[in-house]
Each structure stands twice: as C-alpha cells, then as structure tokens.
Design a protein around this ligand. Structure first.
Ligand SMILES: Cc1cc2nc3c(=O)[nH]c(=O)nc-3n(C[C@H](O)[C@H](O)[C@H](O)COP(=O)(O)O)c2cc1C
Length: 308
C-alpha cells in the first residue's frame, strides 16, 4: 500500500533534515541489509544501525531472547562486528541505497566512546551518532553511564569534544528521574535525546526453576513498555529544548503518532520489526494518511499538541 499525499513529513533534528520521522531502533534492524526483502531503506527517516564498539563483541551466551506476553526480553550483550568491519562491510551498502544512517555507538569507558566518535567523524554517509549509554545487558559501563547523571554528562561531553557530528544521547528508562538525565546530557552538549532503551526484566522457567535467559536478566521491549515510554518521552520533551526521539513499543502508525503528540520530533521502531518486517514503511505511510485525513500539511503541526 502506498498513499500518495502532499503532506510534509520532513523533520529537523540537530541541523539535519530527515525525510520523515520514522527510524529503525538500534539492534532490531541489523545493519539494514537483513531487511532488504521487506523495506526500502531509502524511504525511512533513518536507519539507526546495530550498536558498534571499537572491537568486535561476541555478546552473551544463549538463550539470549525470550518471548513474553506483550513483548520480548533480550540479553544479546551488544554483539557486533566492531567499527572497522562496520565501515568497510556494512556502511557502503546503506550509502549506496541512499539511506540516512545514524550510527549507534557503545563503549566500556568514556575514552572508548570518544575514540569511536573520533573514528566516525567526517565519514561520508554517517549523518549522526546515537550514543547508547543505556544498555542493561553488559557488565561494564552500559547501564552505569545511563543511570548516573554525572557519568552520562561525562560521556556526552567527551563525545562532543571528539566529533562534530550531531549527537543523539540514548537514555535509559531504569532511572527514577528521566528529566534530570535529559537535562544533564542536554547541558553537556547533546543535540537530541532518544528514549527509551529497554526496561530491566527477567523470566523464569518454573518447571526447571531456572532463569529463561542465560544472563538471568534482560531488557524488556515491545508493547508492554509503550505506556512507560510515552510518559518518559512526554516528561523529557518538557524538560529540555533539544529534540526528543520517542522509542518503545511502537507497532503501528497510531502508536508513532501518539509519541509525536506527546512531544517527540521522531520515533524509532524496534520489536515491531521482528513481528512484521515491513512495519517501518507501513508506519511512514500510516502517518502520511493520518495527516492528510486530519487536513494537516506538515508533521510539525502535530508535535507537542497534547491537551492536558
Ligand atoms: C534484540 C534487541 C537488540 C537491541 N540492541 C540494541 C543496541 O545494540 N543498541 C541500543 O541502543 N539499543 C538496542 N536495543 C533497544 C532498542 O533499540 C529499543 O530502544 C528498545 O527495544 C525499545 O523499543 P521497542 O519496544 O520498539 O523494541 C535492542 C533491543 C532489542 C529487542
């Protein structure tokens, strides 16, 4: 289904123009090519690639994914090919197809984040960096950076110094005060924030009295987390002037539109890709159809229009 409308879906984030507000969520869309048969990546707002680290990572032992009643738990542990393989083997395909690429980065130390940012600075085809300070499934760094405002601020400032690229800092929901976290990264040089990453959870196999994940705990994603995500996105959008990108349980265009009404400039689609590999493009079309039906000319007219 393709809806041809003359509505303007473009959004501006950190000085970049994205063709529409629908991005893939890191780690749920591989490096794009995995979805080649289902999605035309050049029609998305951006492809946010699977998180890359300085060196390749094997991730956690299996089982690493568990289905739950309205979402999934994962403890992949940030398995990835490393930045050099990403640049040589993964990025060129995305660039050739005309995708807008946001590179998600992760490190164990502040210095590793800075080194990655420096390596990616000035690379043709890299539009922005998304800095993952919020992964709950790794032993070092990860969640600590995302839950302590001072550490979040230190990572943001170091990456800011290392790169001229637009910086999106990806926040963890595993905090009591999301506004404090959003403010501290905004004050340290973030151009935008994205949220939420997964919520810490666990699942038990009662028969064996064992955890279902080898890592015991993992990150919960999917429809179960949407109400939490909406609340946090709304709170973050009120706390900072920089753009907010909403993530969490977005399965349909209606879900995405709710985040935009709550104040998000753009959204990312994660778990939905596993259920319906064509979800992202369908959401773009659904948003355009909704705006046309409402008589709105631009997506920007809908943002932050929640009546409270
Ligand atoms: C299997 C899996 C792998 C993920 N890997 C990453 C990752 O590498 N980096 C990251 O920032 N977020 C990662 N995430 C988190 C997602 O990008 C997203 O923030 C989260 O799943 C919530 O969105 P959703 O409910 O639409 O899935 C991962 C999520 C899943 C389910």
């Amino acid at each position: 289904m393709t809806v041809e409308t003359d509505v303007d879906l473009q959004v501006e984030i950190a000085g970049c123009t994205f063709r529409n507000p629908v991005m893939t969520a890191s780690g749920t869309f591989g490096y794009g090519r995995e979805f080649e048969d289902f999605v035309n990546v050049s029609r998305l707002g951006a492809v946010v690639v699977k998180g890359v680290s300085l060196l390749p990572r094997a991730g956690n032992p299996p089982p690493r994914v568990v289905e739950t009643p309205c979402g999934m738990l994962n403890a992949i542990g940030l398995e990835n090919v490393g930045v050099e393989a990403f640049l040589h083997e993964k990025l060129p395909w995305l660039v050739e197809l005309g995708a807008t690429v946001v590179v998600n980065i992760l490190g164990n130390t502040v210095d590793e984040y800075a080194q990655l940012a420096r390596r990616l600075d000035g690379i043709e085809g890299v539009t922005a960096l998304e800095v993952n300070i919020s992964c709950p499934n790794v032993k070092e760094g990860g969640v600590a950076f995302g839950t302590d405002p001072l550490m979040a601020s230190a990572v943001t400032a170091a990456v800011r110094r290392a790169s001229k690229l637009p910086l999106i800092i990806k926040l963890s929901p595993n905090v009591t005060d999301i506004q404090l976290m959003a403010r501290s990264v905004a004050e340290s040089g973030a151009d935008a924030v994205s949220l939420i990453n997964t919520l810490l959870g666990m699942a038990i196999d009662l028969a064996g009295r064992r955890p279902r994940l080898a890592n015991v705990v993992g990150g919960l994603s999917g429809p179960a987390i949407k109400p939490v995500a909406l609340r946090m996105v709304w709170q973050a959008a009120q706390a900072v002037k920089i753009p907010v990108i909403g993530i969490g349980g977005i399965m349909t265009a209606e879900d995405a539109l709710e985040f935009i009404v709550a104040g998000a400039h753009a959204v990312q689609v994660g778990t939905a890709n596993f259920v319906n590999p064509g979800a992202t493009e369908e959401i773009v079309e659904g948003i355009a159809a909704y705006l046309a039906k409402q008589g709105l000319k631009s997506i920007n007219q809908l943002r932050n229009t929640l009546i409270t």
